[in-house]
Structures are given as structure tokens and as C-alpha cells.
Design a protein around this ligand. Structure first.
Ligand code: HEM
Length: 406
């Protein structure tokens, strides 16, 4: 047995399975220390050292990878067609055109304009949680971490609430850990958008805006409109729910952090950055090697798939000292949690804004305390996302430190 096999029996994209193990961080650490560029066979190379991941992301020779679509496993049908043309799969002029057309909806000004709706929604959701104060446990994932980005995405698409629940949330929440479930989700979402476009039943919002041509960039085809609508739904909800849930979990698990946050709410941003580093919701992204390269002594042939271990790289001690400690006082420069280069996440600012508003409303100004009732229960449905499946808490009226004893 070679030393690589002794670290991981997984081959090719099966490496994703590590995310579903009890302690994936320990395994990623071993892989990073022993084989920072792991030839996993089947043309897939798993890269886990921070400097190497950063180098690949910045290198314009490499194209879009097929990591996400391969993890879903479609080889034909509407889901396959959708993933073939969504932004994440494109290169060159097609990517520049598609990205230019999609990012019109995510300018800093537009994101700033969403603040009041995010704040109102968060307030409404937290009020309802506070009212459940008593012995009945409340699940902060369902009631807040998932509910907020889902509601925000609904409002961006302009769907009426009941239609969003029946058509979109139903499809997302039906995903289980059975083989093919994610494909069904992509297909289900694509069918919803395809049906609406065919019927001309397109509410004012993202789906309509994706259809609007630009005088310089041109227009998206109907399939591209459907594909990018599906991408926005899948990229925006589970990841942001992961960030919000992981943030609440990391802070509630450390009472001293909660106390610091309450005394100095300005540290919320640092807590969010540290959560993104320590438990990043998106565990990896991928590229396709544009040329034969040598990386840390390993030859990687043109066309190979480069699976970039963002979670592993974020805990590289050569970049972040004491990487397995949750320390919001560190320097976060070079954080890889939103990928990088031409495909860097389009929604990073929006996700951070949602997390910021939740941190303030739930953890700083709420009149309640939230007591976690069980050890973390990580989801097992999607091996590309690190998020809690549930976070049951007891809600109690907040105990305040008596004045003069602080
Ligand atoms: C905490 C929440 C989020 C995380 C951790 C996250 C992470 C990522 C990562 C790692 C990538 C791949 C980047 C690369 O390959 O270099 C990505 C791409 C993308 N994300 Fe996010 N994301 C989040 C939220 C969002 C939101 C809220 C939206 C939309 C509103 C969004 C839209 C996208 C899109 C459209 C892409 C594809 C960009 C392209 O290929 O050009 N994401 N995201």
C-alpha cells in the first residue's frame, strides 16, 4: 500500500467523502502534512497547502473545474445541461460575458440597498424565536440560519411567499443523502424556472433581470438564464445558512467570545471572518489545469482536475498560527473561503452582511440567551458544504451581569 493510500482510500472525486467523516479537519491536516498535492487518481489532484491553493486560484492559465457538477454526478439531462452552462463551468469570453451579466444584480450599491429587508426579516425571525422562550427546544438552523437567506433569495427573485415555499424550498428541503438526490434538486429547480419562462410567468426580480440584454455584453440564452437562476439559488442559500449557523455555533460554544461580543459589538466582523476560516461553509472549489505544471514536486498533466481544499488550506499553520484555535484577533488576509481569481464568489459581501445583522440582533441586542442542547450535528447531504443540520437551543430570558461587577 502506498503512503498516499494509507492516508486516504478515496480516489478521484470520492475525496469529497472526507467532509462527511466525524473529524474531517484531522484528516485534511494529515493529508496536507504528508501530501499537500495528492494524486487521487482518475485525473484528480487534491491540493491542501495554503500557498499552493492560493497560487492555483491566481494563475490565469487554469480554467473552470468540474468539481461541483462531478460531485452531483449528472452525465445527461436537464441537470447536466444546466451545470454545463452555469457561470461556474465557463471559461474565456463566455465566462466574462456571463459574469458581467449576472453580477449586474450584485453591485455594492444593490447589496447595501438590501440591508433594511435583511434587518426587518432578521428581527421578525428572532422575535418569533424569543417568543418561544420556555422548555420547548428551538432549532436555530431551521428558524433563522436557513430561513433568512431563503427569504432574502425569495425576495430577490420576487416570488410570492407561498409559491417560493411550494416550488423552491420544497425542492431544496427534499434533498436527502441518497445517491442522485442533488441531481434531482438541480433538475427540480431548473424545471421550475424553465416552466415559468415558457409560461411567461416571470415575477419582477432576478429571473426577469437575467433576461435583460446589455448593450455591450449581449444576452444570456434561455438555458443560461435557467442555469444561473439555479446557481444563484443553490449558491446563496445553503452556504449562507452554513455561515450563519457555524457563526452562532462557534460563539455559543465559547461563552467568553459571546461576552466579548456583547461588550464590544465591533468584533462581530472578526468573528465572522474567523468562522469563515475555522468552519468554512464551502469546503472546496476546483479548476482544470490549463497546462502541465509541477506543484510541490508533483507533475500535474494538462486537463487534470485540481480539487482545492479551502477548508484544509485555511488551517495551514504556515499561513495562520495555531490554526485549530478559534481566534478572532488574527490577521485574516488571504482567506480562501470564497475562492479566488476569475470565479471568486459573487455573493461574499451579501453573505457577510446577513451574518453581521444576525450576530447583532441574535447575540448582542436580544433579551434572550440561547443554550445549545446537543453536540454539533453536521449535515451529511452535501459533501461540499460544512453546515449544521440542526442547532436546538433552549431560549431563556437573558441574565445580565449586575452593574459594577463587570
Ligand atoms: C457564506 C456564504 C458563501 C460562501 C462560503 C460561498 C463560497 C463560494 C465559493 C468557494 C465559490 C467558488 C469560487 C471559485 O471557484 O473561485 C463561489 C462561487 C459563487 N458564488 Fe458563492 N458563496 C457564498 C454565498 C453566495 C451568495 C449569497 C451568492 C449569491 C447571491 C453566491 C453566488 C456565487 C456565484 C454566482 C458563484 C460562481 C461565480 C463564478 O463562477 O464566476 N455565493 N461561492
Amino acid at each position: 500500500m502506498s503512503s498516499e493510500q494509507s492516508i486516504t482510500d478515496a480516489t478521484g472525486w470520492d475525496l469529497y467523502g472526507i467532509a462527511l467523516e466525524a473529524d474531517p479537519h484531522a484528516r485534511w491536516r494529515t493529508i496536507r502534512e504528508r501530501t499537500p498535492v495528492l494524486d487521487a487518481g482518475e485525473g484528480v489532484f487534491f491540493i491542501t497547502r495554503w500557498d499552493l491553493v492560493d497560487e492555483i486560484l491566481r494563475d490565469p492559465r487554469h480554467g473552470a473545474g468540474s468539481g461541483v457538477s462531478s460531485s452531483f454526478g449528472a452525465s445527461n439531462g436537464l441537470a447536466f445541461d444546466t451545470m454545463r452552462v452555469w457561470l461556474m463551468s465557463l471559461d474565456g469570453p463566455d465566462q466574462a460575458r456571463g459574469r458581467g451579466l449576472v453580477q449586474r444584480q450584485f453591485t455594492p450599491r444593490q447589496i447595501k440597498g438590501l440591508r433594511p429587508h435583511i434587518a426587518e426579516t432578521t428581527d421578525r425571525l428572532v422575535l418569533a424565536i424569543e417568543k418561544s422562550s420556555g422548555d420547548e427546544p428551538v432549532d436555530l438552523i431551521e428558524r433563522l440560519a436557513f430561513a433568512l437567506p431563503s427569504e432574502l433569495t425569495r425576495s430577490l427573485f420576487g416570488f410570492p411567499e407561498a409559491e417560493w415555499r411550494d416550488e423552491i424550498e420544497r425542492v431544496i428541503q427534499e434533498v436527502d443523502d441518497s445517491p442522485g438526490a442533488s441531481i434531482q434538486m438541480i433538475e427540480g429547480l431548473a424545471q421550475v424556472f424553465e416552466g415559468r419562462l415558457a409560461r411567461g410567468d416571470v415575477p419582477e426580480g432576478l429571473l426577469a433581470h437575467l433576461q435583460v440584454p446589455d448593450p455591450v455584453l449581449g444576452a444570456l440564452s434561455t438555458l443560461e438564464v435557467i442555469a444561473n437562476a439555479v446557481l444563484l439559488v443553490t449558491a446563496a442559500i445553503d452556504t449562507t445558512a452554513g455561515l450563519i449557523g457555524n457563526l452562532i455555533h462557534c460563539v455559543l460554544e465559547r461563552p467568553e467570545m459571546l461576552e466579548r461580543l456583547r461588550k464590544d459589538p465591533r468584533i462581530a466582523s472578526a468573528l465572522i471572518e474567523e468562522t469563515l476560516r475555522f468552519e468554512p461553509p464551502a469546503l472546496s472549489c476546483s479548476r482544470r489545469a490549463g497546462e502541465t505544471i509541477e506543484l510541490a514536486g508533483v507533475e500535474i498533466p494538462t486537463g487534470s482536475q485540481l480539487l482545492l481544499g479551502l477548508a484544509a488550506a485555511n488551517r495551514d499553520p504556515a499561513r495562520y498560527a495555531r490554526p485549530d484555535e478559534f481566534e478572532p484577533d488574527r490577521d485574516f488576509q488571504g482567506l480562501l473561503s470564497f475562492g479566488g481569481g476569475r470565479h471568486v464568489c459573487l455573493g461574499a459581501a451579501l453573505a457577510r452582511l446577513e451574518a453581521q445583522i444576525v450576530a447583532h440582533r441574535l447575540l448582542v441586542t436580544s433579551e434572550c440567551d440561547f443554550e445549545p442542547l446537543e453536540k454539533p450535528h453536521w449535515q451529511k447531504k452535501n459533501p461540499t458544504v460544512r453546515a449544521l443540520d440542526r442547532l436546538p437551543v433552549h431560549v431563556r430570558p437573558r441574565t445580565r451581569t449586575p452593574r459594577g461587577t463587570e
